[in-house]
Each structure stands twice: as structure tokens, then as C-alpha cells.
Design a protein around this ligand. Structure first.
Ligand code: FUB
Length: 343
């Protein structure tokens, strides 16, 4: 009798897992005209807009500090709906038009305010220091006109602009290693590397944007990620600590801060009660993809949630990535159902 019950539970588990697998639609590549990565996605004017990095072949460029991610322009893409064709709107911004930048146009983002679209992007300045710039357009697809200087007080990489329900706009940013976040303390560039080995992990930064959208209204603060006991994650906790690629979204009034763990290649998330956190670590949402980097955005479109991300499954080259999309689902308790990066 006991044996039968065990078999029944086993069969039920298998069936539930199969149902779950069937329910998850296969991920879909979106863009085949050029290599793209780091997709930040927004719905503007009932259309889906994708703001990715534009990967290019960089043989011969040193890989040290991510030097082989040596991108020179941005393209913007749009879709009428999640199943429709993708339109490549062409070059929206290029390196040679940005007065302060010298190289490496990394992961961007874009937001709308008062009739204008603000495109945020990291690039190295003429001294090889990453800063975050803004470029502006009347249209979501650009072309975007860059400001003469980067945002005063900005540094590091991977900007994510977030509009809260009260109408305030925040910029999250930061990335360690090649993204240079470890070179700062209290928002000041150090003359040494601040490696978080035994100490608390470095946090992504958050700063309120002022009404102009091209300046911080406050000094950047730490968006701290804590564990289940309320303690900040440690720097040596490579499976869970923040590395780069932060993205903020809200679900059921909670603030979900998701990010890449870099050298352990997870996409993780942590949940808080307000944009500043602290955020309690909640788990892995995507296991490692093919390729070193993993970078994403989470967006609600027509009532469903989607994960946009990239991998190198086709090229097998770390710096030649392709953007994909798949549906993302939540459990009843608000946790995200984990997805497998290698599918
Ligand atoms: O695309 C260049 C860099 O690689 C991004 O800024 C990081 O997030 C990583 O995806």
C-alpha cells in the first residue's frame, strides 16, 4: 500500500513538471540583421521598442577588462506585437558624434518624459573611464542627439532608467571588473582597486533623476541586496552577488531588482518595498546561457511577462551575441519560475 502511494506521488511530480515544461514556450531569436546584446525593452505608443548593444567583430582587440566588447554605434528595433516582425530602424547614435566618448558603447536604456525620449548609454571617456551619457530625440527610434558631457557624477556602466508609480524617474547603474565599479568608494574614483573579497558585495547604484532627465537630483546611493537574515551579501558570494546588468520592474506592488552575477553567469533577482531597497535575495531566474555575459530586461506586454536576454549559441563567440525573448512566469507567492539558459 505504502509503495503504491510513493509511485503515485512520483508520477504526479513527473506529470506536473512535464506540464510546466510544455507550458514554457521555446525562446525566440529576434534579430538577424546584426549581432545584438543587452536588450532593454519598453512599450512606447503601443509598440515594443528594443534598445540593445550592437556587437561587432573585434579580432585583435585585447579582451582585458572587456576590451573586445568594442561597440561603435547603437541601432533601435521595434515590433508591433510580440509575435510580429522586427523592424531595424538603423543607426540611432554613433561614437563619432559623442563629444566626450572614446570607445565601448555598452548596454543602453531609454525612457519617455514630457514629449521626449532619453537614451542612456555607457562609454569610456577620453581618459578610459566609463561614464554614462544621455542622448535625446522626439522619437523612440531616434536618431538621438547626444549631450556634450556625460551625466555629472555618473560612472561605471549598464544604466537602467525606471519610472516609479509616483512619476519619479531613477537611474540604476554599475558593473564590476571591466565595468570599473570596484574603482569607486562613496562615488569617488580611487587610485586603487576596491576588490570586495571578504567584505560586503558591491551594490548597484541608484540616483533620482531631476526634471531635465540629464542630471542626477541626488548623489548615487547603494541599492543593497541582503540575504534571508537581513545581512548584506558578501563579495565572495559569487553565485548570488551583483556583478552588472541591473534591471528594475514592479510586480504586485513589489520592487524586483534583477541582475547578472558575472563570472558565475546567473541572472538573479531580489525583492524590495521601494526603489532604494534594501532588496532581499530571492533566487536565480535564468541559469547560465551560452557565452560569458548574461544581460536582460523584464517587461509586461499585453498582460503577459517577458524576459529579453542574449546568448552566443549561434556564433560561439563571447562578443557576438544575439537577442532572444521568452515568456516569464511567477509563482503564486511572487517568486519567478526559474528558466534554463541553455535550451
Ligand atoms: O555589452 C557589454 C557589456 O557586457 C555590458 O555592458 C554588460 O552588461 C555585459 O553584457
Amino acid at each position: 500500500m505504502k509503495k503504491k502511494k510513493k509511485h503515485f506521488i512520483f508520477a504526479l511530480t513527473i506529470t506536473l513538471n512535464s506540464i510546466l515544461l510544455i507550458a514554457q514556450e521555446a525562446p525566440m531569436y529576434l534579430i538577424d540583421s546584426i549581432y545584438t546584446a543587452d536588450p532593454s525593452v519598453h512599450v512606447f505608443n503601443n509598440k515594443i521598442f528594443i534598445y540593445p548593444s550592437h556587437d561587432i567583430k573585434t579580432e585583435g582587440v585585447s579582451a582585458a577588462e572587456g576590451g573586445h566588447y568594442n561597440m561603435k554605434d547603437y541601432h533601435v528595433f521595434s515590433m508591433e506585437n510580440i509575435k510580429s516582425n522586427v523592424t531595424n530602424h538603423g543607426v540611432a547614435l554613433k561614437l563619432e558624434d559623442i563629444p566626450w566618448a572614446s570607445k565601448q558603447l555598452w548596454a543602453p536604456d531609454c525612457e519617455y518624459r514630457n514629449g521626449m525620449y532619453y537614451f542612456y548609454f555607457p562609454a569610456k571617456d577620453k581618459n578610459g573611464i566609463f561614464k554614462i551619457g544621455v542622448a535625446i530625440s522626439e522619437k523612440p527610434e531616434g536618431p538621438f542627439k547626444p549631450e556634450k558631457h556625460p551625466i555629472h557624477g555618473s560612472y561605471s556602466i549598464d544604466p537602467n532608467v525606471f519610472k516609479d508609480k509616483d512619476g519619479k524617474y531613477y537611474l540604476y547603474f554599475g558593473g564590476i571588473s571591466g565595468g570599473q565599479l570596484q574603482r569607486y568608494s562613496d562615488n569617488v574614483l580611487l587610485d586603487y582597486e576596491n576588490e570586495p573579497i571578504e567584505e560586503n558585495a558591491l551594490s548597484p547604484k541608484i540616483a533620482l533623476l531631476d526634471e531635465s532627465m540629464i542630471a542626477f537630483a541626488e548623489a548615487p546611493k547603494d541599492a543593497i541586496i541582503i540575504d534571508e537574515n537581513g545581512m548584506p551579501l558578501m563579495g565572495k558570494d559569487h553565485d548570488r552577488r551583483f556583478f552588472e546588468g541591473v534591471w528594475m520592474h514592479t510586480y504586485n506592488e513589489k520592487y524586483y531588482l534583477s541582475y547578472s552575477t558575472g563570472n558565475t553567469h546567473n541572472l538573479c533577482y531580489a525583492i524590495g518595498d521601494n526603489p532604494y531597497g534594501p532588496f532581499t535575495y530571492a533566487g536565480v531566474l535564468l541559469s547560465p546561457v551560452n557565452g560569458w555575459t548574461t544581460h536582460h530586461s523584464i517587461v509586461q506586454i499585453d498582460g503577459k511577462w517577458y524576459l529579453f536576454y542574449h546568448d552566443t549559441q549561434n556564433s560561439n563567440v563571447n562578443y557576438l551575441r544575439e537577442v532572444k525573448v521568452r515568456e516569464l512566469k511567477y509563482n503564486l507567492d511572487g517568486t519567478i519560475i526559474k528558466m534554463e539558459g541553455k535550451d
